[in-house]
Unconditional design. Structure first.
Length: 229
């Protein structure tokens, strides 16, 4: 991405899963929990298999996001999930392949010139918080989950931060921050990210992202960040 002009006051809106990190945090958290006996049980294992099958069949990502929270987080204590999420991060973040270093380098370069990183993801805050801290994110826009009495209900209070919902969240944040979207950067890996990517003045897409998005990025003149396999 171009780095030869001042960008103070700009924001970097970045997706998380398979953009900044190589995995899908929601699925990886369940896998880790089942393998380590953390919070989750056979019911969650069955839910994970069902969600993976639906994903393979091309079920809409927004619907998958809603179903994940209804089937996985519903009834779990928020404090217990936050504690488990911290342990999940501690076990996976040390892997050399956890982050897409090429994308992180782009973000670090922009931050060094005054831009602020805002994560925007369909994942939930307790899972994203340790990633946000390590990457020095200014803010994280996450799934608007309902919590009652310290317990997840499994319901969303607003649209999932995926597809159009992610674009709406980005527009709202930039407006409240008083930063024109034309001065913002956006990073995403999936074709569902296009609604929010189109809002930004500059866009970056990892080369190992959704082939449809990579092709669209090349056609639009967006930056394709080369990712080593």
């Amino acid at each position: 991405m171009p780095t030869n002009e001042p960008i103070f006051g700009s924001l970097i809106f970045s997706d998380v899963d398979e953009t900044l990190i190589r995995t899908k945090s929601l699925f990886d958290f369940v896998r880790w929990g089942l393998e380590n006996g953390e919070l989750l049980n056979e019911q969650h294992a069955a839910a994970l298999d069902e969600l993976r099958d639906m994903r393979r069949r091309g079920v809409d990502r927004v619907e998958l996001n809603r179903l994940y929270y209804a089937k996985v987080l519903s009834g779990l204590e928020v404090a217990a999930v936050r504690s488990a999420a911290a342990r999940w991060f501690g076990s996976v973040a040390s892997r050399s392949e956890f982050y897409k270093r090429e994308v992180v380098r782009v973000v670090d370069g922009l931050r060094a010139r005054g831009a602020k990183l805002v994560l925007v993801t369909g994942s939930f805050s307790e899972l994203v918080e340790p990633i946000a801290r390590e990457l020095f994110a200014h803010h994280a826009i996450t799934a608007p989950l309902e919590r009652q009495g310290g317990v997840f209900t499994g319901r969303l209070l607003a649209s999932p931060t995926i597809g159009p919902g992610k674009a709406q969240a980005v527009e709202r944040y930039a407006r409240e921050a008083g930063v024109p979207l034309a001065r913002c950067f956006a990073l995403g890996d999936d074709v569902s990210d296009i609604p929010f990517l189109e809002l930004a003045g500059r866009v970056g897409v990892p080369s190992d992202g959704d082939p449809e998005l990579v092709a669209s990025a090349k056609a639009r003149g967006w930056t394709v960040i080369d990712i080593e396999r």
